[in-house]
Ligand binder design. Sequence first.
Ligand SMILES: Cc1ncc(COP(=O)(O)O)c(C=O)c1O
Length: 354
Amino acid sequence: MSTGYPAGAGSTPLAADGERWIDLRSDTVTHPSAAMREAMFTAQVGDDVYGDDPTVNALQAYAAELFGYEAALFAPSGTQTNLIALLAHCGRGDEYLVGQEAHTYKYEGGGAAVLGSIQPQPLTNQPDGSIALQDIEAAIKPHDFHFARTRLLALENTIGGKVLPQQYLAQATRLAHARGLATHLDGARVCNAAVKQGTTLQEAVKGFDSVSVCLSKGLGAPVGSVLCGSRELIEQGKRWRKMLGGGMRQAGVIAAAGLYALQNNVQRLAEDHANASWLAAELAKIGVLQVSVPHTNILFVTMPREACEGLNSALAAERIRVSMAPTLRLVTHLDVTRADLEHVAAVFAHYFKQ
Ligand SMILES: Cc1ncc(COP(=O)(O)O)c(C=O)c1O
């Protein structure tokens, strides 16, 4: 029986309907490659709630060293590693500073407020994704019982596919520390940021007391994230993870995929970035489209509203999936090839020529 998975990284799998789609909705849609599946198949496992799973332990040790922290914790999702970090850094009645557009604030169900009684203080994201230093400074509340206690600055890199400049990150984290705040990075795509800037992963997370890294996005693992931080923070994190239902048993089966991803799929992100740039340049040739210049693997396209529905149907007829609302978002990843993108560009060009 065919598995639909030819050998090798980047082999595009079949979708649930048995057909091959070019799926540009997100880099979360990648399927594990044959080599990654082999690593999962042969993984040694144990009960990770007892700390007995050798593959989970290997992943955690590898991630901690790779990103330059004392310890790391494997959890089912980036939402959970971000929430664990917020719960470990802040207590009830504390506050964290966060961008209006940040995933932790906008797209994670308000978990910090709902489950942690942590007040978010959302701040405007500038067009480059940063939060202005003066906005951070102004938002830190004085020690006064009228106010929530400002405890943490949380940033995201990449944010909307944009890479925050290293100099800005150094300034923002220095400011936070000088004012007694801890710092957390939602580094769901921090590997993209590092590869784009040609820095090491340790340089990319410098200044952050903790970082959450998603293994299931551009890195191509089917599930999982790691939280890196001090030994003390990770010990607290373990308790929160258990409480949130993230204590998994023979999790080595999925940790093996994450370990494989960190060991094999980081540098190849440059390919996704080159593909996104190539596609942006092609689409920009179509007069009515406004196309963002991608920093990494995400590009946005604005087009006349009336074109949206027809375009969606035209793309679907060619088995191409994109995120349509509110602006068209296209994300490159290891399951789309340059040849796929040539086809996508041709379908767009044909549609807008009509
Ligand atoms: C920037 C960012 N942070 C966190 C997450 C959450 O990851 P997960 O979907 O694994 O919960 C996402 C998911 O898309 C994300 O894009």
